[in-house]
Design a protein around this ligand. Structure first.
Ligand SMILES: [Zn+2]
Length: 313
């Protein structure tokens, strides 16, 4: 069979387009290719009994996976399922160094080795406290060429061996004012961090502003901070974690906000939309009862997250 040259060129173009389309294919039908999307990578907690990945969120801007918040166990898989690309990431924010928020970071870094990325990548997180390392030390302990558990990836510390340099940005959770951890002046994007009360664990909340739109990740916290109310005020989307039920007490209450407190915070901050996540079997057990505690205090739109869900804003 003979083809004319223009037809061959056309077939070639179609092949290139379809391959590119496949590379970015997303079985979940999201994110929005032209707009802002929160995609939940992990909506679960630290126990492997809820069928969900641990904490992780992507912010997509115009179809590009720009920001990752948290990297708990399971988000490595979800990152790939979402069609996200390591080379598109502009910043990674880690709320704290509990396993369910941080253990898949190194798996993602190994995956990134196979990407075409050449530019450095900033990683923000809390400063050290108690048995928890600071963000810079966390990376050092993982990747150090002498003592790191994954010394074979030590190029991430200095940008050698074909790896990109990671630039840690540490925030003291004891500061009363928010700290800016990332800025892109040309695109009018800023990310701020503020310490939040999570028992004795150094922990942060993040606020990402993209032009006139804002999304706040409350992180793991017990909901007792007035400074957080100011920090989160007027967000288009407020992501709050609900790992505990209303009747929680003891250590669980010191670490986490029960549903009634979540509802109060969402109302006080005037959240445009509340996304509940970080569920555990114990908070899913009487889910409707827990949600009622929130709805009786917060009248705005409420989304209960599942892995890979997308929320536009
Ligand atoms: Zn957690």
């Amino acid at each position: 069979m003979k083809f004319h040259l223009p037809i061959l060129i056309l077939i070639g173009l179609l092949c290139i387009l379809s391959v590119d389309g496949l590379a970015n294919a997303d079985p979940t039908g999201c994110p929005d290719p032209e707009g802002l999307t929160l995609q939940v990578l992990g909506s679960g907690g630290p126990i492997a009994d809820d069928g969900r990945a641990s904490s992780g969120y992507l912010i997509w801007i115009d179809g590009r996976s720009r920001f990752l918040v948290d990297a708990g166990g399971g988000i490595f898989l979800r990152f790939g399922q979402a069609g996200a690309r390591f080379e598109d990431l502009d910043h990674i924010a880690i709320s704290h160094f509990h396993t369910d928020h941080s253990t898949d970071l190194v798996a993602l870094l190994k995956s990134g080795y196979f990407s075409n990325r050449t530019r450095a990548l900033s990683v923000s997180g809390p400063a050290a406290g108690g048995p928890y390392p600071g963000t810079g030390d966390y990376l050092q302990r993982l990747l150090d060429q002498d003592k790191g558990a994954y010394a074979y990836l030590d190029g991430y510390l200095d940008g050698s061996a074909g790896l990109v340099k990671l630039e840690p940005v540490e925030v003291d959770p004891g500061l009363s004012n928010a700290s800016r951890v990332y800025t892109d002046p040309t695109a009018d994007i800023e990310i701020f961090a503020l310490g939040v009360p999570h028992g004795p664990v150094p922990a942060l909340a993040f606020r990402i502003r993209i032009g006139q739109r804002s999304i706040v990740f409350a992180g793991d916290q017990n909901g007792s901070s007035d400074a957080f109310i100011d920090f989160a005020r007027g967000a288009d989307v407020l992501v709050m974690h609900m790992p505990v039920p209303e009747n929680i007490s003891g250590v669980g209450r010191k670490l986490h906000a029960p549903p009634s407190v979540i509802g109060k915070i969402a109302a006080e901050t005037g959240a445009g939309k509340l996304v509940l996540s970080h569920f555990m079997a114990r908070s899913l057990e009487n889910e409707e009862e827990n949600l009622q505690q929130i709805r009786s205090r917060y009248a705005g739109p409420l989304v209960t997250a599942n892995d890979l869900d997308c929320v536009g804003f």
